[in-house]
Ligand binder design. Structure first.
Ligand code: ZN
Ligand code: ZN
Length: 360
């Protein structure tokens, strides 16, 4: 990505300093460091304040940091907090914001020990999460690519579904296809469940093998160029039962209603409510045990949460999932999930995979 993009994001962050009553921001969450610099290593802090931004990392990332960013890079063998403290002893700032909701107590303690007492450390939560919830054009393009990759991998992997395959084997095939298509990996542990196990919303794949006339649930996502995708599709081995078809139809109706409710200005709760209202009409709302969706981007779960009480106003450029589901113990569960991006007038469903109950 071009460096001007990261510079623009750092400028947007700096524009918040006055409201926060600080002169600088210490970024400790790695996805936020990546968002602001392009650096993808596993140990870093970013100092954003007066003057050039400084990226603190360790010797493993010396070359990588200078290749990926245009920040000043400080390599340190000890704790990053200590290096931040030594730099601050030569600065005249009085206050500094840190990511209170993203910082370990141990990190905070180290910072407080190493940063001169006269500098106030001000807790600031959700500042970068809020900025990140509205995606720029580059990010939307990367999410689109991730979504397309995910759907391609799904199309390839479903060819392997036949009675006798295990949940783990199918999950392995999905992960393999995502990698082959250029993903860095999966965006989360791939969920594959058969039969009654589909009633577990977050089923972990097991050795359970597929029988004929059973439900199949696949919830998968790719990480591509750092950006996540997320999709759930349902299949049936053999000829779908009436009950499965009915439930699938109701969930699909709820999903389409929620998609239809998305537009700038509505609250997240209003979108969630639409899905719930449809399921209520079918007498199924009590079986919908999670929220309707979530934001995604550099991380698989980001604000806004599309759920009950979600007061966030939806804005153009937000990337969210829409994934109502119903779960019946002993029978199974149905969930249908797409990744969408909010437009000026509604939303664009990025996921190209058809949503019908796939018969395999
Ligand atoms: Zn999912
Ligand atoms: Zn999801």
């Amino acid at each position: 990505m071009i460096q001007t993009q990261f510079e623009a994001r750092r400028k947007t962050l700096a524009a918040q300093f006055e409201r926060l009553g600080v002169e600088a921001f210490l970024v400790t969450a790695l996805p936020n460091v990546r968002y602001l610099t392009g650096f993808t290593g596993s140990n870093a802090m970013l100092w954003a304040g007066p003057g050039k931004p400084v990226l603190f990392t360790d010797p493993r990332y010396g070359i990588q940091a200078s290749q990926q960013t245009n920040c000043r890079v400080r390599i340190t063998k000890g704790p990053l907090e200590k290096a931040v403290g030594s730099m601050l002893r030569r600065q005249s700032i009085r206050s500094l914001a840190f990511e209170a909701d993203r910082t370990f107590c141990s990190t905070y303690d180290l910072l407080r020990n190493h940063i001169p007492r006269k500098i106030g450390i001000v807790p600031a939560s959700g500042v970068l999460d809020n900025l990140r919830s509205v995606k720029d054009a580059t990010e939307i393009e990367l999410i689109r690519q991730s979504v397309n990759l995910c759907s391609k991998a799904f199309a390839r992997a479903v060819k392997k579904i036949r009675p006798g395959i295990s949940e783990l084997e199918l999950a392995g095939e999905i992960d393999h296809q995502m990698r082959r298509l250029g993903a860095e990996g999966s965006a989360f542990e791939t969920i594959v469940a058969f039969g009654e196990r589909t009633a577990l919303p977050h089923a972990e794949p097991t050795n359970r093998v597929l029988n004929s006339n059973e439900l199949i649930l696949v919830d998968m996502g790719a990480m591509r160029s750092g950006y996540a995708s997320d999709m759930t599709r349902m299949a049936w081995a053999g000829r779908p039962s009436r009950k499965a078809q009915k439930l699938h139809g109701a969930v699909l109706e709820a999903q389409l209603a929620a998609l239809d409710a998305i537009r700038p200005g509505v609250t997240a709760a209003a979108i969630d409510l639409r899905a719930r209202q449809v399921l209520k009409r079918h007498g199924l709302d009590h079986l919908f045990v999670h929220s309707t969706g979530h934001g995604l981007g550099l991380e698989i779960h980001e604000p806004p949460r599309i759920g009950r009480g979600g007061g966030t106003r939806i804005e153009r450029g937000m990337a969210i999932t829409v994934e109502p589901g119903v779960y019946m113990e002993g029978f199974g569960g149905i969930r249908i999930e797409d990744t969408v991006v909010v437009t000026d007038t509604g939303c664009e469903v990025l996921t190209p995979t058809p949503k019908e109950l796939l018969v395999v």
